[in-house]
Design a protein around this ligand. Structure first.
Ligand code: FES
Length: 260
């Protein structure tokens, strides 16, 4: 005989910080996120402060993209500091306000909550995104517009990375820079805000102008959106690898391998 759900004994809710009935290693994801964020932050600060070894031959580190001081030397001749500071706030702002990234740092950094069905470390007074500083997270839509422009620049660097002094070639660096552009594109085009921008306001696609085109675009973004978290992490590692590769080649620690 199957017991009625209301008669099944329920284990008492565990009390105390981080107490849970969960048997899995729920904390593993948080440890991974915390360590990765810490290493990435330290590396990024170090890399943008260097102001050197960020380009080699046709390669440019994505941390310095778009390279405004090279594109508009007359306009930016007053810049005496690392040109990365002119642009790095755009991708960092986009990532920091990303809905997936919020989930990651609310869990891994603030433990608010640390995970599903895990007790909070202490009672919190959550104010949502109505008060400073979290109200700034609502700027994600505007960072998305900038990120769409960055995608164009990153693909232009892929083309630029094939233009060697002796003509068109593909080196290992070209592939590394291409992977960065590809995963940045997947990350940006799987964004929740972009999905909402395309179709989120509509109740009926059939009653909107360009309904078929809009629905197709919305379907593609929705499909990508299912993997947004994966693209977040992979694109983070891809941009990290691209900067490290260009830097190591520029410093003479690595030789670029010419594929053809
Ligand atoms: S929600 Fe993650 S990039 Fe927009």
């Amino acid at each position: 005989m199957i017991a009625h759900p209301s008669t099944v004994p329920v284990a008492p809710r565990p009390c105390g910080p981080f107490k849970t009935h969960r048997q899995d290693a729920w904390w593993g994801e948080n440890v991974f996120s915390l360590v990765t964020f810490a290493l990435f932050t330290v590396y990024t600060i170090w890399a943008v402060l260097q102001n050197t070894h960020y380009e080699w031959g046709p390669y440019l580190s994505p941390f310095y993209s778009p390279h405004l001081t090279a594109m508009f030397p007359e306009t930016f001749n007053w810049v005496k500091f690392s040109p990365a500071f002119l642009v790095i706030w755009m991708p960092l702002g986009f990532r920091a306000t990303c809905y997936f990234c919020r989930r990651v740092y609310h869990r891994a950094v603030f433990n608010d909550p640390a995970s599903c069905a895990v007790e909070l470390p202490k009672p919190i007074n959550y104010t949502g995104e109505k008060a400073f500083p979290f109200v700034l997270l609502n700027m994600h839509r505007y960072f998305l517009y900038l990120a769409l422009v960055l995608v164009v620049f990153h693909w232009s660097h892929v083309w630029q990375a094939t233009q060697f002094e002796d003509g068109f070639h593909v080196g290992l660096g070209t592939l590394v820079i291409t992977l960065d552009a590809l995963f940045l594109t997947l990350y940006v085009f799987s964004c929740h805000s972009l999905r909402h921008l395309i179709g989120g306001r509509l109740n009926h696609f059939s009653k909107s102008g360009c309904s078929q085109a809009k629905h197709t675009l919305w379907s593609v973004v929705s499909k990508l959106n299912e993997h947004h978290g994966k693209y977040f992490w992979i694109s983070l590692f891809a941009v990290w690898a691209a900067d490290a590769y260009v830097r190591l080649v520029a410093m003479g620690c690595l030789s670029d391998f010419r594929l053809f």
